[in-house]
Write a protein of this length. Structure first.
Length: 209
């Protein structure tokens, strides 16, 4: 996948996630797996050896994965990643070893695909590490807490539902630390560049170089 994706700078920490959470908690996006990279398009991926596990033809794959899209949970140590065109569009499961993309046809209870989220348990807490596809129930929870007309008693909270779980590798701390170190170096370089450009602009405007 390295040839066809652009790694996005990671934030300062990797959020490790579990699936035993309710919809209100998932709705905050705190427990969702991160967008960690982007892909270019299906043509580039196919040229790099990727294929459709569903035997979709090139036209169908190109429509589903047009232009630059998002890759979720792509780390050096993970077996799987998830591709989507934009937030709220269907996912493809990327098997990085087999170089296959499988269309995930899960339907959210609300009917809105943005309710489907990916969670990653990257630390073994006794059940191994895994990645899950979850129906967060976010939109139904919003509707529940903002009803009209207002009922005397609100219905119970909408719970998240795990649709599929796959065994996944745990976080490789050595690789994670290397990513963080690289990010810190690039952040420092960017700040220096911004500072230099700011001084140049002040010099140009005020002449007090």
């Amino acid at each position: 996948m390295n040839k066809t994706l652009k790694i996005i700078i990671l934030s300062s920490s990797l959020l490790l996630t579990a699936t035993s959470v309710n919809a209100a908690y998932l709705a905050s996006s705190v427990k969702s797996a991160k967008i960690t990279a982007t892909y270019t398009d299906w043509g580039d991926m196919k040229a790099d050896g990727w294929r459709s596990a569903d035997n979709f033809d090139d036209e169908k794959m190109s429509r589903a994965l047009r232009w630059e899209g998002e890759i979720i949970n792509q780390y050096p140590w993970t077996k799987y990643a998830f591709l989507r065109k934009v937030s709220g569009s269907p996912y493809f499961l990327a098997d990085k070893k087999e170089k296959t993309l499988t269309y995930l046809s899960f339907k959210a209870r609300s009917g809105d695909y943005s309710d489907i989220v990916v969670t990653y348990q990257g630390v073994d807490e006794g059940k191994g590490c895994y990645v899950s596809i979850v129906d967060s129930g976010r939109i139904l929870e919003i509707e529940r807490t903002n009803p009209w007309p207002v009922p005397d008693v609100l219905p119970p909270p909408i719970e998240a539902v795990v649709l599929k779980t796959l065994p996944e590798n745990c976080v490789n701390n050595s690789q994670l630390n290397a990513i963080k170190a690289k990010q810190a170096a690039e952040d420092k370089k960017l700040k220096q560049w911004v500072g230099e450009q700011t001084l140049k602009e002040l010099c140009r405007r005020n002449g007090n170089c």
